[in-house]
Design a binder for this molecule. Sequence first.
Ligand code: ARG
Length: 484
Amino acid sequence: MSTKGDRLWGGGYEEATHPLVQRMNASVSYDQRMAREDIVGSVAHATMLRDQGLIEPSDHVAILGGLAAILKEIEAGTFEWVEAREDVHMNIEAALRDRIGAPAGRLHTARSRNDQVALDERLWLRRRLLGLAARLVELIGALSEQAWDKRDWPMCGYTHLQRAQPVTLGHHLLAHVEGFERDLDRVLAVLDRMDVCPLGAGALAGTTLPVDRNKTAALLGFSRVARNSLDAVSDRDHLLDTLSAAATGMTHISRVGEELVLFASAEFGYVKLPDAFTTGSSLMPQKKNPDMAELIRGKSGRVTGNLVSLLVTLKGLPLAYNKDMQEDKEPLFDAVDTWEDCVVLLRDMLPAARWQKKTLADALDRGFLLATDLADVLVGHGVPFRESHERIAVLVNALVKEGTTFRRAGATRIAAELGVPREAVADALSVRKALRKRDVVGAPHPARVGREARAASRRAVKMAAEVVRRQAPCEAEVLLAAAG
Ligand code: ARG
């Protein structure tokens, strides 16, 4: 008589499980997203088992054929996922048994779900992070093109959201490119650090069978194998690294979203967002709401939440595998999906945004953005900067009280008040000239902005090629395709 109760395996149980156990225990509703990776991992494992003489070549052929057929069903959406089979690993193994019979029972030789899930997550992450890197490269490329196009469009630069000094729209856009390039860098760094194969760690202590871990790793495109079996099955650092990179990346996107919301408002009027990314109000007929800009701003909250969620889940877990770790997948999947969607939205929304050149330039007229430049004129005439700062502050205060601007007050009057030549003041009060004077590395001289934009585009092209190179299928994937 079976002593398993309603369990898939094991023995010696005296009671059936509590009615909630199956639902609580099952992860198949979400970990089925790693089906492809689970199958690719099994192809590599089975191939290594065959090469080591641990399974017969005929079993290997049957296993690969069965797995390929199962993957086709899964991709066609006809595969039947069963909650009672708990997770993606057992669903596929059970389906393989249904399909090919006895040889299926040899696939799990020298393997545990603990090293299997650790592997699947790495393979899934590798595929998704490379996709994300490709999208980031596209975003960077699109933004760099915009920046080139608008390299000499003057606009207000802000600190404290107060008008501060002139920059160009191209310079502003390139500032965001810098952040996105760092995001890309982080993604590639995560990929490099997690390039370690956990398979062969077994449940926690390796295996007594003569497996070849290097062989499995090579078939799966990993450059090295995990050195410690306990760590191999309990390490989720690459998930934390991904979530942390995602939280940072989403913070960048969120800040762009905020700027788009602000700049698209009537109060700024700097940009018109394309209709494809705005929606109407159910009540107010005149409204065009920047929902997508708002949502990419808002979604950073949930991604940061996902990072915190996994940190808290892992904190305090003893070595090695613990079931708590099953909770690692939903935050990971959600963060990667959300991040990628937001990158794509931004990639498509930004090039379609219509920036308002005149409104951007007109705003420079109010707010005394050239006050620092005037102070620099005094410095050029030997006045210590602290004193010239003071004198310009007094001048600005007086003009504010009169309700006038530098331009309306005029160079002649200002030059007289400051005791410097009119020409120097007129120069300092020209936005065009002010931008050209900002000719140091990293500053918004339009020619420099143009060169930086071109350099960013070139880097994007190089990175695109690097991502494609890394996307080459591993040997196990090729074997799987051949078996199908
Ligand atoms: N579904 C499990 C998870 O995601 C797979 C590993 C289960 N291992 C085990 N010993 N129960 O973590």
